[in-house]
Design a protein around this ligand. Sequence first.
Ligand SMILES: [Zn+2]
Length: 621
Amino acid sequence: MSSQPTHTIYVNSNKSGNTQQTVSSDSTNNASEGSSTASNASSLIQQAQQFQQLQQLQQLQQTVIRHPILDVTYEYQKQNYLPVLHCLRHNLIPKDFIDYGGYNILHHAVSQGSIPFTLVLLDHFKIDVNIRSRINQTPLMIACNYGFIEIIKILCERGASVNVQDVNKFSPLLYSIQHGHIPQLAYLLHQKADLRTSDVNGCTPAHWAAYKNNVFLLKVLARFGLDINGTDLTGMTPLDRAIQSDSCEATAYLLANGNGKLPPNLKFDSISNVDIKEMVRRKFFPTSWEKFKGKAKKLFFRHSQIITFATYGLLWISMMAMYLHVVMYKGFGYTFDLLFLLLGLYFIVYAFWYYMKSDKHSNKVKASSYQRLNKSSEMLEETLNTSTDKIQPRQKLNYEALDKLVRGEDKESIICEVESADFPSFLHELAWNFEMKNYKEFGRFDTKDYCPTCLTRRPERSAHPESSKTCIPHFHHYSYCLGKSVDKTNHFLYFIMLVKQMALLGMFIVSVWATQMDTIENGKVWFLETGYRLAVDYSFSYGGIYAVFLILAGYNLFFLWVEVYGILRNVTYYEIFNRNSFKRLYQMKLEKNGAYVNRHSNPYDAGAWENVKQYVRRILY
Ligand SMILES: [Zn+2]
């Protein structure tokens, strides 16, 4: 102890264990030294010197602990680390020192997110990486709580236990889930953290995700086969927790995807949020009209193709019958009549083929975006082996734990419905970035880019409709009539359908209108008036049919206009009506007043002619 501190330091410790520890270690030292005293005088002198040094050290510790001016613990909480490093260097405080707040210096270093201080404490002073606070928290739990990615990596590399729990039975995984840190969660799962954990109240990750209104996480957990209807120790389900915290989106998801049973402890009258109350009422206490609507919807979805085609058939027959009775020989002449009847015949055959012959199952998506990950794994191994970072041997890339979860090899997991020959999930990608220390990637992490059900990065311009099992690339809309999504593979057929409908409806409406125009002298009749005249001159039903076709023509014109606009501007139906859910459809633009504003813009728009060429190319290939 030659170099004594130039300033005295005060450690505000009310833990008597620290001083006791040093005293006891002194006595064992003395005992061991005592056995060798009889040998010679020089060792006796040495021993006396050591004894003197120990006495000095004890005096110094007393000074350090009692001094009223400089409080080491206060200093390191203010991120002034020098005094405590000095004390550690000269053994003035023990490594496992727990301050009055109940934490070790390492806990503070981690909670402050200080990477250099954490590294010094771990690698130089060899503080235990799993050191427990007074409430049994490990540094890893604190890092997961704040989501400090680099520190989590540092701690795990140095052997931090992943499956530990504090006094509230919170594990590092639950801390990450509680704060919605998805990349951190992926890394913990990669490190074999147990997903089937629960806190002191029996709350599972699903309870916490619901409580925090994290629907993305809820979907991922459901995908892993975690029970989203289970009760905790107080008898609360995730749905109860979602309602408790006014989490609208999570409540809606759990109502739609839960087991459909009213949670036993839910008190309907005590729900304060009006929207949630209405959702719960509609689900569990529907009116008879809502019940009927629900049943009708179900019936329609089950037989959508037949019902759609039957409706088409009825409308077609009434249109043809009315044409033959009202327009034939009176409209625009024989050529027009022949053209209309031929087009009508062709249309009904096409509609039959389009609706009845289309496969009802969705197309299967290959996770091609992840081939990159597989290919680079050899390069990755090489990089890891030649790494100059020799602090601790890096773990080899072993996705055993993640693979198990994703492929549903856990016995409680659901069987994966997605084609998954070897598809690494986005959790693999996140864990890979963790291993490669690509920390910048996490700054760009956005849950909107990933599908929680397919567990992959969303394919380009895709969406995952509720009724579909996979993400649909180049998604236009989900057609309930077809029972599948309209995407780039069948959009052209849909477009042709709209064009034919428009042609037939247009010819019918105009020709009927023309016949009515001929019957009066001044020759001015509006379309709506035609319906009225038909009802008076022929029968009431003719007027009604004409009105229905007018409305249908209006609808058809709107959808046709949307599709024509979509083709000319290279934008899908889904992107037009849900553009808020696409980050790529917005760009920062400089306004005239010098401010940058996030404006809507379409990066795929290459000019009308180029867009049409692209559209044709998409049909052909
Ligand atoms: Zn998907």
